[in-house]
Write a protein that binds this ligand. Structure first.
Ligand code: PGA
Length: 257
């Protein structure tokens, strides 16, 4: 089974609409003649700007194979939910992916396994592809409960999702202690947890489904460590924060992969 590598830039709360459009245009220009811009190529490239910039970035990337993702969504279609964005709205714009359950959402905005699941079910119903984030804190890793934490989050995220729909999901393993800290998990640490996640997916579904679902690593990925991480048998891509904010560092990861 060959899984297509997925490299997604998570721009978080960075960049104005103009700055986002400029970054998207640089990425598009650089990938124009590269095989990664060919849909049959081994790499899928995704950028996830702020909600405000989604429309502009989609317009900038038109005619390229770079896809666009959102950083969160609400699980209802519409209603009195001040400050929220629905999956229906994202789909209507032409968004393909949506990051759900990011550790920053969990830590600062009361995201729980239950809300991740509600959002994931709604995203799939809308034809959006959720990138489901899981990962342990430093305290949890040092306490020896990494697998327990990851299992609880993964089980919660996938509750009620059919095998058919699971094929449209991506898992992002993001050890919290590696996010934005410059401290990357070693390729062995990443592979260990990725393999564990694939085993869990096999137990939720079957080995064929588990072999098809892509598992990204996230946490201080950069050009210097991407090749080794991506060479691991169960590491199928990256969810990239800091290094995705500049075209050259993001493209460096694409080249390294
Ligand atoms: P980082 O962020 O690459 O800056 O560590 C990754 C993420 O939070 O998705």
């Amino acid at each position: 089974m060959t899984r297509r590598t997925i490299l997604a830039g998570n721009w978080k709360m960075h960049k104005t609409v103009e700055e986002s459009a400029a970054l998207a245009a640089s990425i598009a220009a650089a990938l124009k003649d590269k095989p990664s811009n060919n849909s049959s190529a081994a790499h899928e490239v995704v950028v996830c700007p702020t909600y405000l910039a989604l429309d502009r970035v989609i317009a900038e990337l038109k005619g390229t194979s770079v896809l666009v993702g959102a950083q969160d969504m609400h699980w209802e279609s519409q209603g009195a939910f001040t400050g929220k964005i629905s999956g229906d709205m994202l789909r209507a714009l032409g968004v393909t992916y949506v990051i759900l359950g990011h550790s920053e959402q969990r830590a600062y905005f009361h995201e729980t396994d239950e809300t991740v699941n509600k959002k994931a079910l709604k995203a799939l119903a809308e034809g959006l592809k959720p990138i489901l984030c899981v990962g342990e804190t430093l305290e949890e890793r040092e306490g020896g409960v990494t697998e327990k934490v990851v299992e609880t989050q993964l089980r919660g995220a996938y509750a009620g999702i059919s095998a058919q729909d699971a094929l449209n999901t991506v898992v992002a393993y993001e050890p919290v202690w590696a996010i934005g800290t410059g401290r990357t998990a070693t390729s062995q640490q990443a592979q260990e947890v990725h393999k564990f996640i694939r085993g869990l997916l096999t137990s939720f579904y079957d080995s064929e489904t588990a072999e098809a679902v892509r598992i990204q690593y996230g946490g201080s990925m950069k050009a210097e460590n991407a090749a080794e991480l991506l060479a691991q048998p169960d590491v199928d891509g990256g969810l990239i924060g800091g290094a995705a904010l500049k075209a050259d560092t993001f493209l460096g990861i694409i080249t390294a992969s």
